[in-house]
Write a protein that binds this ligand. Structure first.
Ligand code: DOR
Length: 435
């Protein structure tokens, strides 16, 4: 068979199927056409292909495509910061083949037309783009969205991300409504009254710097309430960007009690702590929920390792240079993350011995896909060729000008990370290739 693309000399890891083996892959019509073991793909056959149809994965891992279920692509409304197109390019550069966009756009993704608008922008783009619909209309916590209509239009979850749904009765009804479609309600769990007026974690550091803080208990209380409601309604709850030791423990207990709760962690919460803020007051370190203490950071790592936290999601939050070039407390919260997520995860989780690469792929590919009911990417013949080729040992320096994202608000510029994307293949097409 003549293939459209071949990936040779790599080690295939598919944690879903539980294998790790040296093999070559032939891709045809967007699908995995054949897996060649024991050097079955003869040198002569390989020579037939032009270099643009061969990916040499020597020394690299060939894994199911990465999935991130928490990104902000800003379209519609703030296209100066990111568009679906540039966000998808950033995703591909970061090794992602599927992402889910949060609904805090302007207008919010709270109706079928906006879902269709966003998904149509993604057609033929560099990444599969799914929408998360708003729980309440305009995300203002007053009136439930037509969740049934949103699901019909293709949303894979609902969330009022950025805003915690304050009214517990509304949250209960949202959970009941979402259960009818077996989709999760994603909670940005921070009690707004406790967090109000805070710009960083409430801690020794916030006192030292004189910056009003957002206490850990704001997250813990919010998670505990939502777990109670998910237990009551037997609905699926997903906790976004868990950042506190208490939050991790609440999810651990919820799971032990049989509540259908899952959780995600953002790389900045397992790589950074709040003591960095006082060094340069880099406004790129301002993020919601905020960077926490070392104990919290380690608890997030432990939660990822023991399965309490199911997946990694980067909360890619583009803001322009002008917006961020202000005092720490004046800057909008958020940092971009799609292009550093894998490097930070390998550097802080795999390289430090907390988990293996197959474990990490479960957290960055299979588990996030399952949470939002997407087919989990895999490396079997006949599956869609959504594949990421990763050199886990390659070191690279994060460069501002190399970001594909339209915004450059990353505190990691200049950092050396381990683990590089060699190529991303989506639907059998190369969407990113390292130079
Ligand atoms: O830091 C954040 N930025 N947290 C959020 O939940 C929203 C995000 C944004 O949209 O900028």
């Amino acid at each position: 068979m003549d293939f459209d693309l071949i990936i040779i000399n790599g080690r295939l890891i598919d944690p879903g199927l539980g294998f790790s083996k040296k093999a070559d892959i032939g891709i045809k019509d967007g699908k995995i056409g054949r897996i060649f073991e024991d050097n079955e793909l003869a040198k002569m056959d390989i020579e037939k292909y032009m270099t643009d149809r061969v990916i040499n994965a020597d020394g690299a891992l060939v894994t199911p495509g990465l999935v991130d279920i928490h990104v902000h692509f800003r379209e519609p409304g703030r296209e100066g910061q990111e568009t679906v197109k540039t966000g998808s390019q950033a995703a591909a550069a970061g090794g992602f083949t599927s992402v889910c966009c949060m609904p805090n756009t302007q207008p919010a993704i709270d109706n079928q037309e906006t879902v269709k608008f966003v998904t149509s922008l993604a057609e033929k783009g560099d990444c599969r783009v799914y929408c998360i619909g708003a729980i309440t209309k305009n995300r203002d916590g007053e009136e439930l969205s037509e969740i049934g209509d949103l699901v019909k239009a293709g949303v894979v979850a609902v969330s009022d991300d950025g805003d915690y749904l304050q009214n517990p009765d509304m949250m209960r009804r949202a959970l009941e409504y979402a259960r009818m479609f077996d989709i999760p309600v994603i909670s940005h769990a921070e009690d707004i009254y406790l967090a109000a007026g805070g710009y960083m974690n409430e801690s020794f550091q916030s006192t030292r710097l004189g910056i009003p803080g957002r206490p850990a208990v704001a997250e813990e209380i919010a998670i505990l309430r939502d777990i109670k409601l998910a237990g009551l309604t037997r609905s699926r709850l997903h906790i976004a960007h868990v950042s506190t030791a208490g939050g991790v423990e609440a999810i651990r207990r919820g799971k032990a009690e049989g509540v259908r709760v899952t959780g995600e962690a953002a790389p900045h919460h397992f790589a950074l702590t709040d003591d960095l803020i006082g060094e340069e007051f880099d406004s790129n370190l301002r993020v919601n929920p905020p960077l926490r203490t070392e104990d919290d950071r380690l608890a997030v790592v432990e939660g990822l390792v023991d399965g309490t936290i199911d997946c990694i999601a980067c909360d890619h939050a583009p803001h322009s240079e002008a917006e961020k070039d202000v005092e720490f407390d004046q800057a909008p919260p958020g940092m971009i993350g799609l292009e550093t997520s894998l490097g930070l995860s390998i550097t802080y989780l795999v390289d430090k011995g907390f988990m293996t690469m197959p474990d990490l792929m479960r957290k960055m590919s299979i588990n996030p896909a399952k949470i939002v009911n997407l087919p989990a990417p895999g490396l079997s013949v006949g599956e869609a060729a959504d594949i990421t080729v990763i050199d886990p040992d390659a070191e690279w320096t994060v460069e501002k000008n190399a970001f594909r994202s339209k915004s450059k608000n990353s505190p990691f510029v200049g950092w050396k990370l381990k683990g590089k994307v060699i190529a991303t293949i989506m639907d059998g097409r190369i969407t990113h290739r390292a130079k």
